[in-house]
Design a protein around this ligand. Structure first.
Ligand code: M6R
Length: 608
């Protein structure tokens, strides 16, 4: 998704902005641009299609001493990727420039209105409307103009604007799109993502919807929607800076896959005390816990798949009916949510527009909503009744890996907690399960220590056009995520099916050109899955099996076997997901794909 960075201070802004853009690259984008004030009537603006490096190659050779500017990476929504459509966008006179994340829903009407007033548009974007609105309302004070402009906007926006007349000021605004600002007393920065300001300051303010901030070298002033000055709380971010670097790995995805043993340990740490699962952030009274008659998990993409694993465990241990809902569907149907529904919203970024809308809907219906997220200060944390943080630390690769495992671990703890509080599992059982769960961390280390079988298996998929992932129970949930990873980073079509469903349609696709990845670990349905593998073998499929160490029978039927250590089936999603992440990465690498920044994808999907 798009990225915003802005700097105003006492040193030249150019390098700081370019460094900020480079940090935002992981979010996914197709063009980039920068605008700087220089004390004259004009702004200096440069756009380029493609990578930030393209923009840098132009900007580096320019003399740009300005200490105030804004920059942007654009992920096309309105209008194709082109220099004209790249941000920053300017007003008719080129004196105001604006960068924007989000979507202005009423831009077409505003554009017509502004055109009829004589404004001339240079791009196809919704964002340019904001530049012309600011021009329309500008009477010598950019902040005043911003108040009037945002009043006319419908949709979602994180905005940062500069004006040639006020060369040492950046005005920012937000609604439903993240904006973080920070100051060190001699300079101030704005960004759409913490990662772009982390080197500058760790003490930041996450702007609230409707707020406007005016940044200068002296500091930042904040205003609420009616224009009253406010003094929002500062949040200290303690993320590990190293997390943003590759630490010697060829890509962030591999680095993050290798961090998973630590992530699992950290997410589990401290949650078993005196034989009981303790989740202080799940702030429910015993009456509320006893009254829960349904759990509803809402999420998108990979987070949704973590929810599918959680459903298996909550129903199995706590015996509470559980549904998992794709947030973009949930928000537009008429879901049955009551005050006795426990809603769990899962989102790595905490900024996913559909998940946030679903959270609001659930709360309006009277439910308590708890967020499971990786991002401190993200929108979801402020819109929920409580937040359980997963301990993945910053995830840079667009394809989620470590955050997914951390989500599963956190949701597993919630399942154990609910079972404990509802008296469904004894202290002894909880203790046993928790200690089994802890084994997944060293087991992942073992899987990562030798990935040769996975690399070999990848050769089967490398030249395929389509692949099928099958499994049952927890294995089926793992397949959903395995297939998504393959699609996302290798651009190879993949489908995931519950193995028992194959014969109801998808088996028609199977032949020697459609490899089948089967998750067939030790579980009550292992034999059934073996029968399904036989069925695809009979149709000529090449089979890659993820199986439990010691299962020699599988080598007789599968062309490639990837072994994982034995673990209670309830926790097999954690370990079995790891080889599938690596499999997708090996295939993507062999196909020459950029695994960290897959095409068309964004790290944080802040538009509907
Ligand atoms: O930040 P969220 O977890 O809410 O994001 C949801 C999805 O957009 C995300 O999981 C997406 O599927 C990723 N590309 C997964 O790799």
């Amino acid at each position: 998704m798009c990225g915003i960075v802005g700097y105003v201070g006492i040193t030249p802004a150019k390098d700081i902005l370019m460094e900020g853009l480079a940090k935002l690259e992981y979010r996914g984008y197709d063009s980039a641009g920068i605008a700087l004030t220089d004390g004259t009537d004009d702004l200096q603006v440069v756009h380029r299609v493609g990578k930030v490096a393209e923009l840098a190659s132009v900007v580096d050779s320019m003399d740009l001493p300005s200490c105030c500017g804004i920059a942007h990476t654009r992920w096309a929504t309105h209008g194709r990727p082109s220099e004209e459509n790249a941000h920053p966008h300017r007003d008719c006179n080129g004196r105001i420039a604006v960068v924007h994340n989000g979507i202005i829903e009423n831009y077409a009407d505003l554009r017509e209105e502004l055109k009829s007033q004589g404004h001339v548009f240079a791009s196809e974007t919704d964002t340019e409307t904001v530049a012309h609105l600011l021009e329309q309302y500008y009477e010598g004070d950019l902040a005043e103009a911003m108040f009037k402009a945002v009043d006319r906007l419908q949709g979602a926006y994180g905005l940062a604007a500069i004006c040639a007349d006020q060369p040492d000021q950046i005005v920012v605004a937000r609604k439903d799109s993240p904006i973080v600002v920070g100051t060190d007393g001699s300079a101030s920065m704005v960004a759409s993502d913490m990662v772009a300001v982390m080197n500058f300051t760790r003490d930041v303010v996450f702007l609230e919807d409707g707020q406007i901030a005016v940044l200068s070298s002296d500091g930042i002033r904040y205003y609420d929607a009616p224009g009253h000055e406010v003094h929002p709380e500062t949040t200290h971010i303690d993320w590990d800076e190293q997390a943003a670097e590759r630490a010697g790995y060829p890509d962030f995805m591999l680095k993050e896959i290798h961090e998973q043993p630590r992530v699992v340990r950290d997410t589990l740490a401290g949650h078993l005390r005196d034989g009981r699962i303790v989740l202080e952030d799940l702030t429910l009274t015993s009456e509320e816990l006893a009254a829960i008659d349904r759990v509803c998990i809402i999420a998108c993409g990979t987070s949704y798949h973590a929810g599918l694993v959680a459903r298996e465990l909550i129903e199995k241990w706590a015996r509470i009916p559980t549904s998992v809902e794709v947030a973009s569907e949930f928000r537009y149907r008429d879901p049955i949510i009551t005050s006795t529904t426990l809603v769990i919203a899962v989102s790595q970024s905490g900024e996913t527009a559909d998940t946030l809308a679903a959270v609001r809907l659930a709360r309006e219906a009277g439910a308590k909503v708890f967020a499971v997220t990786n991002c401190m200060g993200s929108r979801i944390t402020r819109e929920s009744d409580g937040t359980l943080y997963v301990k993945a630390n910053m995830e840079i690769s667009v394809a989620a890996t470590k955050s997914f495992l951390a989500q599963i671990v956190c949701l597993t703890l919630i399942a154990l907690f609910l079972a404990q509080e509802r008296g469904r599992l004894s202290e002894e059982e909880i203790d046993g399960l928790y200690h089994e769960l802890c084994k997944t961390s060293p087991q992942i280390e073992k899987i990562l220590a030798d990935t040769s079988a996975i690399e070999e298996a990848a050769t089967v998929l490398e030249h395929a056009h389509s692949a099928m992932y099958v499994g049952r129970g927890i294995g089926a949930t793992v397949c959903n995520e395995g297939a998504l990873k393959l699609k996302e980073i290798s651009y190879l079509h993949a489908e995931a099916y519950a193995a028992g469903e194959l014969k109801h349609g998808p088996i028609a696709l199977i032949d020697e050109d459609v490899p089948v990845v089967a998750v067939v670990t030790q579980s009550p349905t292992r034999e059934k899955t073996i029968s399904n593998i036989e069925e695809v073998l009979a149709r000529g499929a090449h089979v890659i099996a993820v199986a439990t160490e010691g299962d020699t029978e599988i080598t007789k039927i599968a062309e490639h076997v990837i072994y994982i250590p034995p673990i209670d089936d309830s926790f097999s999603a954690i370990t079995a997901s790891v080889p599938l992440q690596l499999l997708a990465r090996f295939v993507a690498k062999a196909r020459g794909c950029d695994v960290d920044q897959p095409r068309n994808l964004a790290k944080s999907v802040t538009v509907e």
